[in-house]
Write a protein of this length. Structure first.
Length: 136
């Protein structure tokens, strides 16, 4: 779901979080999405569309811990995983967004611990792609 606003009086905690995160943004021209994954949901591996968005994306993880898997599109040996615990914040930018397939796993293992999945909400903030004007 794309969010342009929400009632401040009904979501004071969420508004405080977003205000705090704004200090991390490299720019103020952003769009915000809210993504809900069910307990059985996952995000399949993909590379972000360079034609559809800007250079960075900031994710806030709420709810169940999930594993973010990153796999290089150029080198099959170059891959890594990151545990996204509730409350974690991450930024993907430039080549990490466009040269790595990234996915959110249903479950599995991370450093010897079982990750069972579960409901997860992500607040995704991304910069807008600059659209050339007729003057440029």
């Amino acid at each position: 779901m794309h969010l342009s606003s929400w009632p401040e009086d009904q979501n004071p905690g969420l508004s405080l979080i977003l205000t705090r995160l704004q200090g991390l943004y490299p720019t103020s021209d952003v769009q915000t999405h809210l993504l809900h994954l069910s307990s059985k949901g996952e995000i399949l591996g993909h590379v972000d569309n360079i034609e559809a968005s800007g250079t960075w994306i900031l994710g806030v993880s709420l709810g169940a811990a999930r594993v973010l898997r990153m796999e290089s599109t150029n080198d099959p040996e170059d891959s890594f995983e990151v545990l996204l615990q509730s409350g974690s914040v991450y930024i993907q930018r430039d080549s990490v967004r466009y040269d790595y397939n990234h996915s959110i796993l249903k479950g599995g293992r991370f450093r010897g611990s079982e990750i069972k999945g579960g409901q997860r909400i992500s607040i995704m903030v991304r910069d807008r792609k600059e659209i050339p004007t007729l003057d440029s």
